[in-house]
Design a binder for this molecule. Structure first.
Ligand code: DX5
Ligand code: ZN
Length: 221
């Protein structure tokens, strides 16, 4: 699978979200990463459900990559209008019965991903491989942009990659957190397919978005 990009909207210019999205779409970017937080599972709040729904109406070819950092994520699915072409990541640590939640995502026509926080071992995903289209590995603690990478993240990416490959299934490995210019190549070598690009890469200050997307696409190909 070629490396794919998912710029994180919480790192974009919040006063110009529509134009920021359209620029990425016109550049042929695969996904737009949309972080939803409840202020409880993580101590922060970013994009709200109605905004995530509204994003749908301005997309052309780009797809939504919705990352829900919230307890009982299923309560937000209708408000976000999740459906075909969406990736929906829910956290293992935030669900009482994640199997049911993953199957609900599937029933709405979207692609269920399981997200794991840094302290959750790679092995955790093993028992869900039949139910998911992807694994989102957090390489920072969820909640905030601009954090340093957590130690052991490369080993964890490689471990999840191995679990996926051993299963013979076509499952996407997504990496979220400090996907920087310096580290994205190594993350690719560890087997990541989908890269959430935030303040440490495409939204780093002083760089034009078209140049940044081009540079990143080259590094992760
Ligand atoms: C949280 C977010 C952040 C962020 C990534 O889930 O997805 O991880 O936008 O950007 P940086 O590069 O700041 O870690
Ligand atoms: Zn995210």
């Amino acid at each position: 699978m070629r490396g794919m990009l998912s710029p994180s909207l919480m790192c974009a210019d919040v006063l110009n979200l529509q134009s920021e999205i359209t620029v990425l779409d016109n550049l042929g970017v695969d996904y737009i990463h949309l972080d939803f937080m409840d202020g409880k599972f993580v101590p922060n709040i970013t994009l709200d459900a109605s905004l995530i729904k509204a994003v749908k109406s301005v997309l052309n070819n780009m797809r939504r990559d919705i990352h829900i950092m919230a307890y009982a994520p299923e309560q937000y699915f209708d408000r976000m209008d999740i459906g075909q072409n969406d990736i929906v990541s829910v956290h293992y640590e935030a669900c009482d019965n994640i199997r049911e939640v993953l199957s609900l995502i599937r029933s709405k026509g979207a692609c269920p991903f399981i997200a794991i926080s840094p302290d959750t071992p790679a092995d955790t995903v093993k028992e869900f491989l039949d139910e998911i289209d992807g694994v989102l590995v957090m390489t920072v603690y969820p909640g905030f942009a601009g954090q340093p990478i957590v130690e052991g993240s490369f080993e964890k990416l490689s471990a999840v990659r191995k679990i996926i490959d051993d299963s013979g299934k076509n499952i996407i490995l997504e990496v979220d957190g400090h996907v920087s210019w310096d580290l994205c190549k190594k993350m690719r070598e560890c087997g990541a397919d989908l890269f959430v690009a935030g303040s440490s890469s495409v939204y780093s200050k002083g760089m034009k978005i078209d140049e940044a997307v081009k540079k990143m696409t080259e590094l992760i190909k």
